[in-house]
Design a protein around this ligand. Sequence first.
Ligand code: ZN
Ligand code: ZN
Ligand code: FE
Length: 767
Amino acid sequence: MEVRYFLRIQGVVQGVGFRPFVYNLARRFNLRGFVLNDSLGVIIEVEGKKHTVELFLKKLKKEAPPSSSIERIEKRRIPLKKDSGFKIEESKKQEEKFVFIPYDLSICDDCLDELFNKDDRRYFYPFINCTKCGPRYTIIKDVPYDRANTTMDKFKMCKDCFAEYSDATSRRFHAQPNACFLCGPSIDLVSSCKKLKRKVQKSNRTKTQEIIEKTAQALYEGKIVAIKGIGGYHIACDARNINTVRLLREKKKRATKPFAVMVDDLKVVSKLCYLKRKEKEILTSPQRPIVLLKIKKKEMWMQEVAPYQKFLGVMIAYTPLHYLLFYCLRKYTKDPILVMTSANFKDIPIAKEEKEVFRFKDFVYLFIIHNRKIFLRCDDSVVWIFKNRKYLLRKARGYIPDFFPLATEANILGCGAELKSTFSIAKDGWLVSSPYLGDLKEWLNYKFFLEVYDHFKKIFNFKPEIVAYDLHPNYLSTQFALSIEGVKRIPVQHHHAHMASCMLENGLKESVIGVIFDGIGFGLDRNIWGGEFFVGNFSRFLRVGYFDYFALLGYEKAIKEPLRVAFYILYSIFGRNTSLAIDFFKDIPKATLKLLESLIKSKRFILTSSVGRLFDGLASLLRLKDVVSYEAEAAILVETIAEDFKEKVSPYPFFIKEGRTLRIDWKPFFAGIVKDIENKTPSSYIAYRFHYTLACIVKEVCVKIRKRYKLNKVVLSGGVFQNKLLLTLTEQLLRQKDFFVYTHSRFPCNDEGVSVGQVVIASYKIN
Ligand code: ZN
Ligand code: ZN
Ligand code: FE
C-alpha cells in the first residue's frame, strides 16, 4: 500500500545540510515527494510504500546531520500525488514566521583536509566551508536562511561553486556561504605603518599565502596583530612573549583580567592543562568555545596571560584562517600558542568593522581584514566542565541562538539585568535568548542591545505583548522596558529570575528551595539582595532566609572597592577598636579609614545581603585585593588560593536567627576569620574554611526550610555559583542530607540568565 505524509519539522534544520540529507535519504529508499525550507523550518512531503516511508521516518530522526537538532515533528497523512521523483523545492516565505536560525560552526574535518590539499582548488582558501561548517548566525540578515538573505549576497558564485551548490550529492549542496578564490571573499593585509585602507583588494592564492606568512612572521617577532573572525575582530599575539602580552595589557587597559589563548591542536592543550574526555569533546565541538582548564604547571608566560589563575581559558582554532595562520607559525615555533582577545576596549562591544578595529593602530602592527561582512557581532563563548557537566559562563558564539521549548503562546520579552546584559523572547512556544551583550551602562553596548533586539524582532517576526523586567529602577534594561508602549509590563525580582532560569532548564515546575548567591540584585524591600533562600515556583516566591544586612559604604563604590566591605565588617564586630593585630589596619591609610567611618556615621550606604560582597570583604581582609579591576575578581582570588587546600576543616562559627525568616549572622563567622588572621594562619586555609562554612550554612538553612515547608529539591543559582569549589562543597553537603540538587548548564547562573527567568515568570503570571 502506498501512503503520503506531510511533515513539518522544527528545530535547527536550516543551514546545517538538512535538505540534502532528506533528499539523499528519500532517494536511497526510492521515495517520491519534495523537501523545502520555509520560514518555520523544513517541510517534507514523502510518498511511497508504507513500510519504506516508515523506515524513512525512523532514519530521519536517527541519521540527521550532527549540527542539526529536531525539536518538533508535525505529521499528517495526505492524499497521494504520484510525483515523478524526489525534489528540493524553492524556499517559501510565510507571514507568521518563526524560524530556527543555525549557530556559527567551526570548520569541519572534510574542509580542513581540502584546505591543506595542494591539489584541491580551495587549497589555502581562508573561507572554505560546506553544509556542515562555516558562519551562520553572524551573517544572516533575514529568513529563510538563503544566500540572498546573508552577507554573502554580493558574491556571485563561479561556475564550479554553483555546480556544487546545485548538486544534491555534493557536500556543498545549498551551502549558503559557498565560495572559492575565484568568486568569494578575500583577505587583505593592512599595516598600521602605512595609510589605513578599508577597501579589500581581491587576493589569489599566492597573495593569500604571502599575507598569512607575513602575519605569522610578525607574530613570531613579538608584534600584535588583529584578525577578522566570525563574530568580530580578535587581537592576537604570541602568548609566550611576556613583553608583548604585557604591552597588550597596558594598551587594552586590562590590568589583571585573564586572556584566553588559541592553539590548533589538542596535543598542545594537553601539554599545558589537564584534559578530561568531556573537555576534549567540548574543545573540538563545532561550537568551539573557550574552555577553562586546570593548568598543569604554571609557566612564566602564563603568569602574564592569566595572573593568579589556576585555570587557563583555551580554545581550538575554528576558522580556516586560524588554521592557515597556525600552519605558517609552525615554521617558526613548535606548538604555537596565541593570545586571542576580543578587539575592544574595556566593556564595549567587539569590533566588527574595519573603522572600529583601526582604533587600535597605535599598538596593532598588522590587520588581516576581509570582505565577508559580519552582520551581527558575537563574542567567543566561555564554558567550564564540572563533573562531566558543561557550565556556560558566557553564552555567545556557537551557543546562540538556542531554542528552548516554553509552554506559552504569548509574545514575551525579558529585558535582562545590566552588567551582563542579555534579553530573551518567547514566541510560538519557544524561548530564544540573545548572546551576551555586555554592560548596558556603556552606551555602545546599549546600542548593540537595541541592534540585536531589532534583528530578533525581524527574523522571528516578534512583537512583544508582555514585557518582563528587573525591579532595579536605574537599570537601563528597566528603562527600556518602560519605554515600550502598548504592552503589559511585569516586574520580576532579580533572584526570583535566577531561580526560575535554573528551574526551567531542569524541568522543575513544582515549588522548590532556591539558594541564590549573587553579586547584587534589587530586593522587594529596596535593599540589595544576594544571599537569598527562597521557596517558590514560577508564579511566586517567599524569602525565607538571608544573610544579615551589611553596608556598602558610599553605595556603588563599595562594589569596586572590597576594602570598604572589610572595613564595615570589622567596624560592626569590633567597633572603633582598631588595635586588632591584622595587616589591614597597617596597610590602609588613616585618612581612608576616617573617611569610611564618616560614611557609616552619616549613613551614606546601602544595605545588602550579598554573598558576592562577603567574598570581596574576605579578599581585602586577606590582603589579596582592595580595589578590583573587573567583576568577581576578588571572589576568584579567594577561590584560587582556597583550591589547593585539601585537608578536613571545621566550619567557622555561625548563627542562624530563627523567626519568620531565617537570618544568618555573619558576625561570629567573620570574628573567627579575624582570629585566624591574627594567629597567622595560612590564607589558603582561611579561604578554604570560608567556602566550607558557606556550604555548611546552606546545608543547615535548607534543613530548617525542609522542616517548615516539606520541600526537598534545591536549585543553586546566582553568579557566586560560578565558584567551582563552593558549588562542589555545597552540592556534597546537601546530597549528604538527601536533598536533590539542581544546577545550571544550558543557561548561565550569572546575570546572563536573568532574562530567561523573567520570561518564564511572566509566562506564568499572565495565566
Ligand atoms: Zn565543511
Ligand atoms: Zn567559486
Ligand atoms: Fe544576579
